[in-house]
Design a protein around this ligand. Structure first.
Ligand SMILES: Nc1ncnc2c1ncn2[C@@H]1O[C@H](COP(=O)(O)OP(=O)(O)OP(=O)(O)O)[C@@H](O)[C@H]1O
Ligand SMILES: [Mg+2]
Length: 782
């Protein structure tokens, strides 16, 4: 049944074009249940080098398959995973039902490769030039099979086995033996809600005294509320009103006075306690939320660039703002009332049974009707609330999209279409809200009518008991009051579980960031190289953003200290990726980047950040003044240094024309600068950093020819004595490069000096010719 559900989900995902879940990477052992089933069949699993899970057999039929490799052969383990025990929706014990194992000795195939189709992949074996189709799989398993192919091929050729991208320690869940999803350090499947809740409450650890006071205040205020009918109803009727005429008026007045005093006192005490716990909770929560936000933000600073572009992280902003607010509101507005309401329900039920167990049983008999209404009504309203929320979120993103895209909307005069788009989304929201309000307006009167009917039945029975002398009038009235006291808390508790689920869900998302491990970490004992000379050597470099989609393939490059290397190539060739790998914003999949002969992964991160200056293609200016943005790399830079850097970057003149010169505010909400102006500020920022290695990624692309010429002069001065890697589309800017590399699809296809490459009449010449012809066509050169 579980397998059937999986299949349906996969098929639906494909039909709807939804992304497949995150890729799994190959560990080197099978999960316990599969391992046991395989061993029972006589296959030894200890020698496995690579193991990949997948979801289809050789014909593309869905099942749970494992492909394993050892020194002798390759094995396809085909079977079904059956869940033997379930708790809620969570499977807690699974058993692997083996269908068959297909074994092929290594000698059967020459090499293995993966083929990628629209939504599936296939493992292909090559033998004497022929292709043999092996197992099929959904595309999300491609990464694992790609690693398996590499391991197989290196076994065949006798080359050293490539390292599995799976981290050797801590990458696999100790419970289910499955690898953690990328970027996670815990297993979301085995993670219990309980541990999240425990961690959430651990944030309150520093406020034990305040928490104890809050719980005491809640208990007292609830007790006051519950005791109130006892005095205001029962005692009033039985000891005062029913005795009018039989007891002297003065004595009754004294009792009445005591009663009023007690009621006022109790109300006052209850009120003070309520205000106190609300005040205390309100004063702790902002601090707890502050701690949580600082934790998330600190974790975000620790994480590598790759984490931010990874699709599964979703919107990080939401986690810092909305998720922590969800937690905030539950604790301030929800938790105290959960405690109050639970105590009220339990307390009232006990009081009712003590007063009259017969009437209490009668009420309990009617309780299922109310519970069913509240639970199903709650679920129904939750769906309606969610629909309204989702449509509201859609409307918000539509409005934000519209505001950000105003220039394009005006340029294409699409105002009317935008209005229609807004109208459609907005009317969806209106319909959802209307249905929600109408339904609420129906359910609550129904509940009130049912409650009144129960009260009538109870009064009838109660009346009979009063007539028989089994109960006083005061007790009966008291009973009615207590009954109505149950409705509010039961209603609250029926929907608060949803709120709690949302809070735990938010907490899980928050902890996901806090627990995420940065991909780029400094070695425990990095190699200190002192003063950096600036030699760069790239050898056999391989890199991919997405598994099995190589961006850099076996790339070798060398730049001697103080020299300039120009990199050219078509868009998407991998130029920026090379820059990112030199600056160690990412780590390569294979091969290495060396600075002064030391692998960048062995250097202290600080050495790299200080000595590698990157003028990036995507320029980002922080909210602040221009001076702040220039001194970003060196916060203690003097104003003279800032001006000197700006002059060197040809930025001084335009900065002086701005309303507040260097104090002009830029970034979001600040002064708008042109692309070229922003580039010059970012060059000044790098100049002030004074790095030994300068990487210019399209540093002058957004400038006019004259500014470019000016800045080229400053850049030439800046490059003196530094190693420079300059990436440019405009070939004229690379005339002075000592060496040029033409990159195509992640590989160096040509290498040599400007003149040599032109003479060679190859790829570089082609690029040169295209640009020269284009410039001739617009009359810029003859
Ligand atoms: N963060 C990312 N995640 C996934 N793929 C990426 C990412 N960044 C780049 N790519 C892909 O990697 C390939 C190389 O990109 P890169 O930015 O290195 O190209 P480039 O040569 O600098 O191009 P351009 O000249 O347009 O700047 C492209 O196909 C691109 O789509
Ligand atoms: Mg680029």
């Amino acid at each position: 049944m579980n397998n059937f559900k999986k299949k349906i989900k996969r098929i639906l995902r494909r039909i709807l074009g939804r992304p497949e879940p995150p890729m799994r990477k190959a560990p080197d052992r099978l999960p316990d249940d599969v391992d046991a089933a395989v061993r029972k069949n006589g296959l030894e699993t200890d020698g496995f080098i690579r193991v990949v899970e997948s979801d289809m057999d050789f014909d593309g039929c869905y099942l749970t398959a494992w492909t394993a490799l050892d020194n002798k052969g390759i094995y396809f383990i085909l079977g079904d995973e059956k869940v033997t025990k379930k708790r809620g929706n969570k499977k807690i014990k699974s058993e692997y039902e083996l269908r068959e194992i297909r074994s092929y000795p290594l000698s059967d195939f020459d090499s293995l490769k993966c083929e990628q189709y629209v939504s599936t992949g296939r493992l292909i074996a090559e033998k004497d030039g022929d292709d043999i189709g092996l197992i099929k799989f959904s595309l999300n398993f491609l990464g694992g099979y790609d690693e398996l192919c590499k391991a197989f091929n290196s076994l065949k050729t006798g080359e050293p086995m490539p390292q599995s991208s799976e981290k050797p320690n801590g990458g696999v869940c100790p419970k289910c033996k499955r690898p953690y999803p990328p970027g996670r350090s815990s297993c979301p499947k085995c993670d219990k809600n309980g541990s999240t809740v425990k961690r959430l409450f651990s944030f309150f650890g520093g406020y034990k005294l305040q928490m104890a006071l809050i719980v005491t205040a809640i208990l007292i205020s609830t007790a006051m509320n519950m005791a109130m009918p006892q005095i205001s109803t029962k005692t009033l009727f039985d000891d005062v009103l029913s005795k009018v005429g039989s007891t002297p008026a003065q004595q009754l007045l004294v009792t009445l006075g005591y009663l009023i005093g007690a009621v006022v006192g109790m109300k006052l005490l209850g009120l003070i306690m309520t205000v106190s716990f609300q005040f205390l909770m309100g004063s702790i929560m902002p601090r707890v939320i502050y701690d949580i936000k600082v934790k998330i933000f600190a974790a975000m600073q620790r994480l590598s660039v790759g984490f931010y572009s990874s699709k599964q992280t979703g919107s990080l902003m939401e986690r810092v703002t909305r998720d922590s607010n969800n937690i905030y509101w539950f604790f301030v507005d929800g938790l105290p009332y959960v405690i109050t309401n639970v105590i009220t329900v339990v307390g009232v039920l006990i009081i009712m049974f003590v007063m009259s167990w017969k009437l209490a049983l009668l009420c309990c008999a009617a309780a299922p009707i109310f519970l069913v209404l509240l639970v199903f009504g709650g679920r129904f309203f939750r769906t309606l609330h969610h629909r309204s929320w989702a449509r509201n979120a859609r409307l918000t993103s539509m409005v934000s999209d519209n505001i950000n895209g105003q220039r394009i909307i005006k340029a294409f005069s699409k105002e009317d279409e935008e209005l229609d788009r807004f109208d459609a989304v907005s009317s969806d929201l209106y319909k959802a809200d209307l249905k929600l309000n109408n339904s609420e307006a129906t359910l609550f009167p129904v509940l009130t009518i049912l409650l009144s009917m129960l009260a009538v039945v109870m009064l009838t029975f109660g009346g009979l008991m009063v007539a028989n002398g089994e109960m006083t009038v005061g007790t009966l009235l008291n009973f009615t009051v207590y009954l109505t006291m149950l409705v509010g808390p039961l209603d609250f508790l029926s929907w608060v579980s949803n709120w709690w689920a949302r809070c735990v869900d938010s907490a899980q998302r928050v902890f996901e960031i806090v627990d995420a491990e940065p991909e780029i970490v400094e070695k425990e004992h990095p190699i200190e190289i002192g003063e950096v000379r600036g030699d760069i050597e790239i050898s056999k470099l391989e890199f991919e953003y997405e598994p099995a989609q190589p961006v850099i393939k076996n790339l070798d490059l060398k730049v001697n200290a103080g020299q300039m290397l120009g990199i050219v190539g078509k868009t998407g060739a991998g130029k920026t990726t090379i820059a990112n790998l030199i600056a160690r914003l990412y780590d390569p999949k294979a091969g290495c980047v060396k600075i002064d002969g030391v692998d960048v992964r062995d250097l202290p991160l600080d050495t790299i950040r200080k000595n590698v200056g990157l003028v990036s293609q995507d320029i980002y200016l922080f909210i602040g003044t221009i001076a702040d943005n220039i001194r970003y790399a060196k916060p203690d830079a003097t104003m003279d240094e800032i001006i000197a850097a700006a002059k060197a970057a040809s930025a001084h003149d335009f900065i002086m024309k701005l309303p507040d010169a260097y104090e002009t505010r830029v970034g979001a909400g600040g002064h708008d600068l042109s692309g070229g102006e922003r580039q010059r500020i970012s060059i000044a920022r790098t100049i002030i950093q004074n790095p030994r290695i300068l990487i210019l990624d399209e540093a002058t692309a957004a400038m006019d020819t004259e500014t470019e010429r000016n800045i080229q002069y400053s850049l030439t001065k800046l490059m003196q004595g530094r190693t420079t890697v300059a990436i440019a589309h405009r070939l004229s800017t690379l005339r002075d490069a000592d060496m040029l590399a033409v990159i195509s699809e992640g590989e160096v296809v040509e290498y040599g000096s400007y003149a040599e490459l032109l003479k060679k009449r190859g790829e570089f010449y082609k690029l040169y010719k295209i640009q020269a012809d284009a410039l001739k066509a617009v009359g810029i050169i003859d």
